[in-house]
Design a protein around this ligand. Structure first.
Ligand code: UD1
Ligand code: MG
Length: 454
């Protein structure tokens, strides 16, 4: 029996108070809907149908790389109507699993159990017992504890509102039966909508078994309706990622103060301090130490390297046994070889820094090829931009650039050259020699400071 997954994502999400459609709100920097589709893919279904409406093309554009069948629901007439739109694409002998675009934390394992429970013509519901069931549909059972129907809060009487077992919205049933129940729905309720949940009463009346399974954790089934829910889900999601990383050998000084918005691969015994944000694709080798409040984005950092506090590393590769920061900023296309050092208030961009070279203080080095064993003094600037074009600075192995120099590109400094402090270098400096371009120091003897006039 093939599995078809229908994801409801047409709602506007008014309570989000946002220009962005609800299902595109970010969780770990990926749209909510993307999380749901990824989990759906893990079940290896015959097809994934996404019912969309609000946000239209924007929703489709956010998922262009995902193999889903888009079903347009022009008017949001209710969850039952929404599922009905997708049923044209589902064969009678399939099993249908309904997911919500705004319930992103559900696990594939929970869904497999739900699908298995829909055996033998059963309507399988995923329910959750909540201390505070406010806002959710309640599961109404008969005296024999059999599920009879679901009542929405706004349609429930006082007694029903006390029921703590609630509907997560996720369910699974055979396509033929579901199609039949959907065709019999009415909009006779407080919202005047076609409720998917009314299928339960129809199934019960037909004598079809209705099962209610519970999710392993309450967090999995949390729906997201506003930014408070979104923030809560973000923390749950982050904790889940943190737990998986720690299980794989990463040390997190405080898993509650760690944010991964992408994918992180880390070797053994690497350690991440508090307040670190990891974005995009990041790789850490073994024994890498990331200090507090560092931002790592699309970068690779090799074994035994330390990134000190408040550094921002983006689009860079860093070798072994390097020391970076605190307060360093490595911009895209920075490549740092083994044992190199980049210190505080240093910015680099499109730069190769050779083995064991140092830029320790207050520098800008951009569009540069720096050899091995080079020492770049405090306050050195590569003047790479002439107002129209960028130019390259080349510095040979073992060169020494004194403090407060400007290297006006295009320019080269030869291997083993020394540039005297305070120089503005506009012409190539030869290898092995001392080059200076500063005004000679002079002293005026007999000069006196002016005195204040009476
Ligand atoms: C729904 C359930 C409720 C359950 C709750 C769990 C119904 C009638 N109620 O209520 O029992 O406790 O979810 O979160 O199903 N959508 C469409 N098209 C529509 C209407 C909705 O695609 O015409 C989508 C929404 O975008 C959303 C999902 O369906 O992703 C649920 O709709 P929503 O309006 O949030 O339903 P709830 O009132 O939360
Ligand atoms: Mg909802």
């Amino acid at each position: 029996m093939s599995l078809h997954i229908v994801i409801l994502a047409a709602g506007q999400g008014k309570r989000m108070n946002s220009a962005l459609p609800k299902v595109l709100q970010p969780l770990g920097d990926r749209p909510l809907l993307r999380h749901v589709v990824e989990t759906a893919q893990a079940l290896d279904p015959a097809a994934i149908h996404v019912v969309y409406g609000h946000g239209g093309e924007r929703v489709q554009q956010a998922l262009t790389d995902m193999p889903v069948n888009w079903v347009y629901q022009a008017e949001q007439l209710g969850t039952g109507h929404a599922v009905g739109q997708a049923m044209d694409h589902v064969p009678d002998d399939a099993r249908v699993l309904v997911l919500y675009g705004d319930v992103p934390l559900v696990r594939a394992n929970t869904l497999s159990n739900l699908v298995a429970a829909a055996d033998n013509g059963a309507l399988a519901l995923l329910t959750v017992v909540l201390a505070d069931p406010t806002g959710y549909g309640r599961i109404v059972r008969d005296d024999n504890n059999r599920v009879q129907r679901i009542v929405e809060e706004r349609d429930a009487d006082a007694g029903e509102r006390h029921i703590q077992e609630t509907n997560t919205g996720l369910l699974c049933a055979g396509a033929a039966a579901l199609r039949d129940w959907l065709s019999r729905l009415t909009d006779d309720n407080d919202q005047g909508e076609y409720y998917l949940t009314d299928c339960v009463a129809l199934a019960a009346a037909d004598g079809a078994p209705v099962t209610a399974g519970q999710a392993a954790t309450e967090a999995e089934t949390q729906g997201i309706n506003n930014k408070l829910d979104l923030a809560r889900a973000e923390r749950l999601f982050q904790r889940r990622q943190a737990d998986a990383l720690m299980a794989a050998g990463l040390t997190l000084r405080d898993p509650a103060r760690f944010d991964l918005r992408g994918a992180l691969r880390a070797g053994r015994d690497s350690e991440i301090d508090v307040g670190v944000v990891v974005e995009g694709q990041v790789t850490l080798g073994d024994n890498v130490v990331i200090g507090p409040h560092v931002v790592l984005k699309n970068c690779a950092i090799d074994d035994d390297t330390r990134i000190e506090a408040h550094s921002v590393i983006e689009g860079a590769t860093i070798g072994r046994r390097c020391a970076i920061g605190p307060f360093a900023r490595l911009r895209p296309d920075t490549h740092v070889a083994d044992r190199a050092k980049i210190g505080n208030f240093v910015e680099t961009k499109k730069t190769r820094l050779g083995e064991a070279s140092k830029i320790n203080h207050l520098s800008y080095v951009g569009d540069a090829e720096v050899g091995a064993g080079v020492n770049i003094g405090a306050g050195v600037i590569t003047c790479n931009y002439d107002g129209a074009n960028k130019h390259i600075t080349r510095i040979g192995d073992d060169a020494f650039i004194g403090s407060d120099c400007q290297l006006v590109a295009p320019v080269s400094v030869g291997a083993g050259a020394t540039i005297g402090a305070g120089s503005t270098v506009t012409k190539d400096a030869p290898a092995g020699a001392l080059t200076l371009s500063r005004v000679r120091q002079s002293t005026v003897t007999g000069w006196r400071r002016p005195t204040k006039q009476a």
